[in-house]
Design a binder for this molecule. Structure first.
Ligand SMILES: NC(=O)C1=CN([C@@H]2O[C@H](COP(=O)(O)OP(=O)(O)OC[C@H]3O[C@@H](n4cnc5c(N)ncnc54)[C@H](OP(=O)(O)O)[C@@H]3O)[C@@H](O)[C@H]2O)C=CC1
Ligand SMILES: CC(C)=CCC[C@@H](C)[C@H]1CC=C2C3=C(CC[C@@]21C)[C@@]1(C)CC[C@H](O)C(C)(C)[C@@H]1CC3
Length: 615
């Protein structure tokens, strides 16, 4: 007897777990020990199924025929389709997770059931799922009404079907149909409640950042690397070819007073965050449809912080203390981040399933790194959202100012160097821009996908303030004179980067907020069946991540004022390129899952990811 009935790559019908609905799936692999097949649904969902739950395509009856009908139930199906698919409607979910796709799949199936119950002449299999997955009909100008496409879409949807147990039933009266409808609704709701996380476990091969060994290395490697960089930078000749200075013992770097100052800084930012000023907006819908509320007062926090810093300077507070204890501050922030990460992990163990991040895996080490809980909150205080923009990002600007003052003091200058002024102003613009456009943060991968764990805690609270201020730190002990023509070129580069970065982010945010915004009417889009469309002209038709391109150009402009004597000030550009290339790959993976064929079409139309004609 053969050990397996279906071969890898074979296209068959797989039963949706717990239901009698069969979908077209591809066999990916077979485990001879558990006798389970790993199959892939057309929306990218992978599941393990028993052999009994798989049927060859040929075992389903197919009917031929036209696609129009005036049967009541058919009309009803059509109406419900166009209601739910209307592109003019705001998207139900800004982020469609795999389980949201399952929900759509199940709904899809339910609608197909309605169609199936009428004695119609139906087209053969094949349309339903590929359409569901977002196969674009064609690209259109954003101001062209989408009605025609939708109608076409509805018809082809209607004219396909999925085999279910209902296919054996005779035609029912409309009343009976409603009963079935409501039973199905209840069944679906129950299914979803139980399966939201069950059906989408992240298996070992899907773990990002090199899985458990990868995140383990990152967690220990990054802090060590940070201290090495800071130590190398303090040397007279900061060449990477020199033997790296030894890392000081932890107790040598620990200063309770420094830690106290760090805590004070953190608490001031908490206080500013809690101020009831600024408008309150809703985030993107969560897996259970809830939308969290966020207060947008980051820019006010920045103004208030500037006032506090200004007043302290006026009072003669010695800011040089931060420069002379820079490593101690970095250690204090790291310790704080570790404690915070442990707290976050512990509390996540009690968090309801629906509150867990789609990136979490069930592996303790991995989840400690990526974050298990998506939006940890104490009351209305959102820990991730707060940390992403406040203590670290505003702290970065303050550290830059400290470096500027340190440069004047150490190099005995009456005014800061042009290089330092350029670095300070460029990065100030970047931070102010982030705070001014605070709402845009709510649609980033960090907020909607990644949990809050060591990765973001360390990134936000340690990496951003202590590494992103590296150019200014470098200039304190390694002065570089920049000529005005050179400065002008660098400014032009920075502005080009900024225009691309801001233009791309604003275009996408405006489109996501209101797809029929008249200002975007000239843009072409690709339809996807998720309710959200993809921009395929404008910035997003140039490369697939124009915002990353702009960000990288700006990063180069931040490093150039440091001159070409050492590679060290270019560390940020190198690191950032790696980060964004990796991030782009992660986003691509999620988008492919989310938009299926539509995303592939987009990739064909816009072949380059970040760098035109290069990558
Ligand atoms: N300074 C730093 O260290 C860092 C800065 N950044 C910056 O943060 C910003 C946000 O980045 P990030 O969160 O990674 O991702 P993006 O802002 O690029 O968002 C990606 C999402 O945009 C949507 N999208 C993709 N293509 C299209 C399209 N053609 N039309 C419409 N929507 C599209 C998709 O989501 P959906 O369809 O669901 O809306 C996709 O998941 C960037 O400017 C980046 O440069 C990021 C990381 C680090
Ligand atoms: C492995 C490792 C070092 C991970 C840490 C990555 C983090 C440093 C970054 C991840 C995404 C970020 C974003 C910003 C800062 C860096 C981190 C936290 C950001 C706040 C910078 C300002 C931008 O305008 C932004 C708001 C779009 C951006 C959001 C993402």
């Amino acid at each position: 007897m053969p050990s397996r009935k279906f071969a890898d790559g074979e296209v068959v019908r797989g039963r949706w777990p717990g239901s009698s609905l069969y979908y077209e799936v591809e066999i990916l692999s077979h485990d001879s020990t558990s006798q389970l097949y790993t199959v892939k649904y057309k929306d990218g969902t992978e599941l393990e199924l028993k052999e009994n739950d798989i049927k060859p395509l040929t075992s389903f009856r197919q009917r031929k025929g036209g696609s129009t009908s005036s049967s009541p139930s058919r009309r009803r199906g059509s109406r419900s389709r166009s209601r739910s698919r209307s592109p003019g409607r705001p998207p139900k979910s800004a982020r469609r997770s795999a389980s949201a796709s399952h929900q759509a799949n199940i709904k899809e199936a339910r609608r197909e059931v309605e169609v199936k119950l009428t004695p119609l002449i139906l087209k053969p299999f094949g349309n339903s799922i590929s359409r569901y997955n977002g196969e674009p009909e064609h690209t259109e100008r954003n101001d062209v009404p989408h009605k025609n496409t939708q109608e076409k879409f509805s018809l082809s949807q209607e004219s396909s079907y999925i085999s279910t147990q209902y296919s054996l039933r005779p035609r029912r009266e409309e009343v009976k149909l409603k009963e079935i409808d409501s039973k199905e609704e209840k069944f679906i709701a129950k299914e979803l409640a139980v399966r939201t996380f069950e059906v989408t476990p992240i298996r070992a091969k899907d773990l990002e950042f090199g899985g458990v060994p990868g995140v383990f290395l990152i967690m220990f490697g990054l802090p060590v690397f940070l201290f090495l960089l800071l130590l190398i930078c303090k040397q007279k000749d900061p060449s990477l070819l020199n033997f790296p200075p030894p890392l000081p013992a932890l107790y040598e770097l620990w200063e309770t007073r420094v830690f106290g100052v760090y805590l004070l800084w953190f608490l001031i930012q908490v206080l500013f965050y809690l101020l009831p000023i600024g408008k309150v907006v809703e985030g993107t819908p969560l897996i259970d449809g809830r939308r969290l509320k966020y207060r947008l007062n980051g820019f006010y926090a920045f103004i208030l912080t500037s006032a506090v810093i200004g007043a302290s300077l006026f009072q003669g507070v010695e800011f040089h203390y931060v420069y002379s204890h820079f490593l101690q501050f970095a250690l204090g922030a790291t310790v704080f981040c570790v404690v915070l990460s442990v707290y976050l992990y512990m509390r996540s163990l009690k968090a309801p399933r629906n509150d867990l991040s789609p990136a979490s895996s069930g592996n303790a080490v991995y989840d400690f790194f990526i974050g298990r809980e998506l939006n940890p909150r104490i009351g209305t205080f959102d820990l991730k959202y707060f940390c992403e923009l406040r203590p670290g990002l505003i702290g970065w600007v303050v550290i830059n100012l400290v470096m500027l003052l340190a440069e004047m003091k150490i190099q005995d200058r009456a005014i800061p160097s042009l290089a330092m002024i350029l670095v300070n102003s460029f990065q100030l613009l970047y931070v102010v821009d982030a705070l001014w456009n605070e709402e845009a943060l709510l649609t980033t991968m960090d907020i909607i996908h990644d949990g809050f764990g060591f990765m973001l805690a360390f990134g936000d609270l340690v990496w951003v303030p202590f590494i992103y201020s590296f150019q200014a730190f470098y200039l304190v002990s390694h002065p570089n004179e920049v000529s005005w023509p050179m400065a002008s070129l660098i400014i032009v580069l920075k502005l080009c980067g900024y225009v691309i970065f801001r233009g791309a982010n604003s275009q996408k945010n405006a489109f996501r907020k209101n797809p029929s915004d008249p200002k975007l009417a000239h843009l072409k889009t690709i339809h996807t069946s998720t309710g959200k469309n993809l921009l395929v002209s404008g910035w997003w038709g140039f490369v697939r991540h124009p915002n990353y391109l702009g960000d990288l150009i700006m990063a180069l402009a931040w490093s150039l004022p440091c001159g070409f004597n050492h590679i060290l000030p270019y560390f940020y550009v190198i690191y950032f390129t790696m980060l964004l290339v990796h991030r782009e790959a992660r986003d691509e993976y999620h988008c492919k899952k989310k938009y299926g064929v539509a995303w592939e079409k987009y990739c064909q139309r816009v072949p380059y990811r970040i760098f035109p004609y290069i990558y």
